[in-house]
Design a protein around this ligand. Structure first.
Ligand SMILES: C[S@@+](CC[C@H](N)C(=O)[O-])C[C@H]1O[C@@H](n2cnc3c(N)ncnc32)[C@H](O)[C@@H]1O
Length: 240
């Protein structure tokens, strides 16, 4: 570190895209966290400098880095209403999820089923669900992504389907659009029990179907909006 990282943070904050470009092409570390625990990308997102956000993402800045209070660049852009910056971050997140899903699918080809996971114990904390080998099933930093998905899925109103409750991020966001009906399929017994404990079974427009989506197709109707998490794509049999 030679002070250029602080300069790139300042340039990102003030929206000086030429300076950011020069620093980045000179090899300045875009993964740097300043004393506040902010990356240059977070500064740019917080102030809505979409061109700087774009430059930093193209230079490999981590879109999903978190501050000490667990906020991501996407949170900052969304909270401040910087739509263009938010969309860039969202697209970076979607692309990363698709790439990771493709890698997981090719690595696991022919030998993975979701049976192992569904029989595994999961643990819940405020900001994540972990499986028994401490792999994250869902993390709170995905909240902005889930909220954007909910917005898209609910754009036509009506009847909404979500497969996989996880931390309930997308379902909480879907509820904010007051859909006529909101069907949730969840296959993990502990996640399902937690849904019931936290009152999801009592919401008027919510129907919970417990089971693997593959096994409950006959209980489904037709829907105006459907969502499934890309992590479900790692199972070869996932076809909707
Ligand atoms: C990554 S989480 C989904 C996170 C969710 N979108 C959120 O906003 O918190 C995936 C969820 O799908 C559930 N699941 C896994 N396989 C499933 C299957 N075959 N059918 C239905 N649910 C499944 C998991 O138990 C887990 O709760």
């Amino acid at each position: 570190m030679d002070g250029r990282e602080e300069v790139v943070c300042e340039a990102a904050r003030s929206g000086d895209s030429t300076k950011v470009k020069n620093l980045v092409s000179g090899g300045t570390d875009v993964t740097y966290f300043d004393q506040q625990g902010f990356t240059p990308l977070m500064h740019a997102a917080k102030h809505g400098h979409a061109d700087v956000v774009k430059t930093l993402l193209e230079a490999g800045a981590p879109w999903n880095a978190l501050t000490p209070s667990n906020l991501s660049a996407g949170d900052f852009a969304m909270d401040a209403g910087h739509q263009e910056a938010f969309d860039l971050l969202l697209n970076a997140g979607i692309q990363a999820e698709l790439v990771l899903g493709t890698i997981a699918r090719s690595e696991n080809k022919n030998n993975v089923s979701d049976v192992d996971y569904l029989e595994d114990r999961v643990t819940f904390s405020e900001d994540k669900i972990m499986d028994s080998s401490s792999k994250a099933v869902m993390m709170a930093w995905e909240k902005p992504l889930m909220e954007a998905h909910a917005k898209a899925v609910c754009s036509g109103g009506g009847h909404i389907l979500n497969i996989g409750f996880g931390m309930g991020l997308v379902d909480t966001a879907i509820q904010q659009y007051s859909p006529a009906t909101h069907t949730i399929i969840e296959a993990h017994p502990e996640v399902y029990n937690r849904m019931l404990r936290t009152g999801w079974g009592e919401k008027e427009n919510v129907k919970i179907i417990f089971g693997k989506w593959q096994d409950v197709l006959s209980q489904l109707d037709s829907y105006d909006g459907k969502f499934f998490h890309t992590s479900l794509l790692k199972y070869d049999s996932f076809v909707l």
